[in-house]
Design a protein around this ligand. Structure first.
Ligand code: HEC
Length: 107
């Protein structure tokens, strides 16, 4: 699936709320959908396993900046570069909103 258009619109229809909260909820839902790939390596709980860093509870701006650094090949990691290059700016914003919304569990 590409982009958040239809998916976001469906969530929005279910919400029947104003533009602000509606958009935020749609974004987080898209982010959760897209995160299925990410959480095969990164733990949703925020725990660090096997050298894979935790990515939950980050500020969205910071998350977006890091993902763009992989996408623009300013950060070294082949896997993350490949994944990030397949994501649109909307996808990255949605992932940032979703992972920001998660609270890391205490180990
Ligand atoms: C195959 C395993 C794997 C998958 C899948 C994966 N990552 Fe990563 N990710 C890594 C590894 C390993 C690193 C550390 C790379 C480095 O040192 O720069 C990393 C780093 C990151 C970082 C930076 C963390 C930090 O502390 O600097 C972010 C943000 C991130 N990944 C987000 C994602 C997102 C979003 C997805 C899903 C689209 C994803 N990753 C999917 C393995 C993975």
């Amino acid at each position: 699936m590409r982009g958040g258009g239809i998916f976001g619109a469906l969530v929005c229809a279910a919400f029947a709320a104003g533009a602000g909260p509606c958009r935020a909820a749609g974004e987080i839902a898209l982010g959760e959908y897209l995160s299925a790939t990410c959480v095969t390596c990164h733990q949703k709980s925020g725990q660090i396993t096997g050298g894979i860093p935790a990515i939950v509870g980050w500020h969205a701006d910071q998350f977006i900046a890091v993902m763009n650094a992989y996408k623009n090949k300013e950060r070294d990691n082949e896997v993350m570069r490949a994944l990030a290059s397949g994501l649109s700016a909307d996808d990255i914003a949605a992932l940032a909103a979703y992972f920001e919304s998660l609270k890391p569990l205490k180990p």
